[in-house]
Write a protein that binds this ligand. Structure first.
Ligand SMILES: Cc1cc2nc3c(=O)[nH]c(=O)nc-3n(C[C@H](O)[C@H](O)[C@H](O)COP(=O)(O)OP(=O)(O)OC[C@H]3O[C@@H](n4cnc5c(N)ncnc54)[C@H](O)[C@@H]3O)c2cc1C
Length: 448
């Protein structure tokens, strides 16, 4: 994610880029292809619209010509208020854009040492071990580790639609397939969940999970009703024909453009595959379910950004070295893409002898990178786009009327986007795909 945006942003400024990617020579435990910008868990870049923090970041990156978001717009699948995509179509389209860029040279190799020269490190949560050691030696700091998780994906033809029904929560379009559970079905499911065996070491208490991607078995461990207040929440999901309310509801979201594959929303899991199958087939409507991809859990790798990074994403002690994506302490595809774009811009500017840039404070990208460089380094946790990162809206509008939560978010959205747009204007960016000068005689080396 971050490496793709970084490489294309740097090339757009007319700088030659060496892009190193270890797949397919060496695969990660989560990626399934050799394509760039492969999504490894959900197929969503987050909620859209003027009341959504991720929506603001998407809008900013769209204006900036960020590679992931502008490509995502061309391969969207219906997902209510979210920017969800056909994951393979996204990866293929981004890969084509990179391959078509004459200033980018692709190297299919594993990088073992932090390269010298202007470099962006974007090796992500599954950074290879050798390279992680090299970064540790170079930066003299320890990584923090935790686990991420992916949910099982079901073949749509194996879903019993006489039991399941289509509906979006809160009357949104019927983009989701819902599986209704009565009290008895919930009790049986819960008991099986508590008995299911895990693949990963079991000290859940000692692990810290990717926010919003907590494994279902961990959610279940926290209490009998916890799943019902989390991913199995029935609120707003009454049956559209009978009006019947359920004790719990599991939702499935479309994964691919053709609508063949549907993932269990919020059911990321590290359970053994046999036990996953048993549990999935206990859900009403999935009694004959065919699982096309099982849930997985993996480690994460990220740096203590506030100890190391400037807001323009360079390592303070090594100004030629930039970091982006999950490695830089962001959380999520979109945030990785955004920090990738900024790191690519700043790496290119450094190579060209220009001063680094930081987006305005009111923008979501500006708020995010400021957080990364200035958060409390003790117990630092990765951060995603949220309204707490940008200056708060006033309580009253210009006419003195009290603004509700929705109005205040819309205010922050508009302020943020206007500030970001005005800032972009000052950069006089060349059109995407148009190199306005001879390439600089420098290489930007990107990992990931
Ligand atoms: C199992 C799992 C589930 C996740 N679920 C979600 C989710 O649902 N939603 C979400 O928003 N985020 C999720 N994340 C986080 C997700 O990985 C990031 O949001 C995003 O992919 C990170 O982007 P990135 O560019 O930092 O890393 P990546 O997209 O992983 O890119 C890093 C690249 O570097 C390559 N690489 C690694 N080491 C080397 C090396 N030494 N030499 C050369 N190349 C190397 C890798 O092959 C990879 O292609 C999940 C992560 C994992 C592991």
């Amino acid at each position: 994610m971050a490496g793709s945006d970084a490489a294309l942003a740097a090339a757009r400024l007319g700088v030659a880029v060496d892009l190193h990617e270890m797949r397919p020579t060496r695969m990660t435990p989560a990626h399934a292809s050799d394509k760039f910008a492969e999504m490894v868990c959900s197929n969503s870049l987050g909620g859209t619209g003027e009341t959504n923090a991720k929506g603001l970041l998407q809008a900013e990156l769209r204006q900036a010509g960020g590679a992931i978001v502008t490509t995502a717009d061309t391969v969207r699948v219906p997902a209510g208020g979210a920017l969800a995509v056909d994951r393979m179509a996204l990866a293929e389209a981004v890969t084509r854009r990179i391959e078509a860029e004459p200033l980018i040279t692709i190297h299919r190799d594993e990088v073992h040492e932090v390269p010298s020269g202007v470099t962006v490190l974007a090796t992500g949560p599954l950074t290879s071990d050798d390279f992680a050691n090299s970064i540790r030696e170079r930066l003299g700091t320890d990584f923090l580790g935790f686990y991420d998780a992916a949910a099982p994906i079901i073949d749509v033809e194996s879903i019993d639609m006489t039991i399941a029904y289509r509906k979006g929560r809160y009357g949104q379009e019927a983009d989701y397939i819902n599986l209704p559970l009565d009290e008895e079905a919930y009790r049986r499911f819960y008991e099986a969940l508590r008995e299911a065996r895990s693949h990963t070491p079991h000290d859940w208490e000692n692990l810290e999970f990717f926010e919003g991607c907590m494994p279902i078995e961990e959610i279940g461990r926290r209490g009998y009703d916890t799943p019902r207040f989390g991913p199995m929440k029935p609120v707003g999901l009454e049956h559209p024909e009978t009006g019947q309310r359920f004790h719990a509801v599991v939702q499935l979201r479309q994964e691919d453009a053709a609508g063949r594959m549907w993932s269990l929303v919020g059911f990321q899991t590290g359970l053994k595959w046999g036990d996953q199958k048993t549990l999935v087939q206990m859900l009403p409507g999935l009694q004959d379910a065919e699982i096309v991809r099982y849930g997985v859990m993996h480690r994460n790798t990220y740096l203590n950004a506030p100890r190391l990074l400037d807001a323009h994403l360079a390592v303070r002690e090594h100004p030629d070295l930039f970091v982006a994506g999950v490695l830089a302490g962001t959380e999520g595809y979109l945030e990785s893409s955004g920090t990738g774009w900024l790191a690519g811009m700043n790496a290119a500017r450094r190579a060209l002898g220009q001063a680094p840039i930081v987006p305005p404070e009111a923008s979501m990208l500006g708020g995010l990178v400021r957080f990364l460089s200035s958060a409390n380094p003790d117990g630092f946790q990765p951060m995603n786009a949220n309204w707490g990162l940008v200056p708060n809206a006033p309580k009253k509008d210009e006419a003195g009327r009290r603004m509700g939560k929705k109005d205040r978010r819309m205010w922050m959205y508009r302020q943020g986007l206007a500030a970001f747009d005005a800032w972009l204007e000052t950069l006089a960016m060349p059109e995407a795909g148009v190199v306005s000068r001879e390439p600089a005689r420098v290489d930007v080396t990107l990992a990931g």
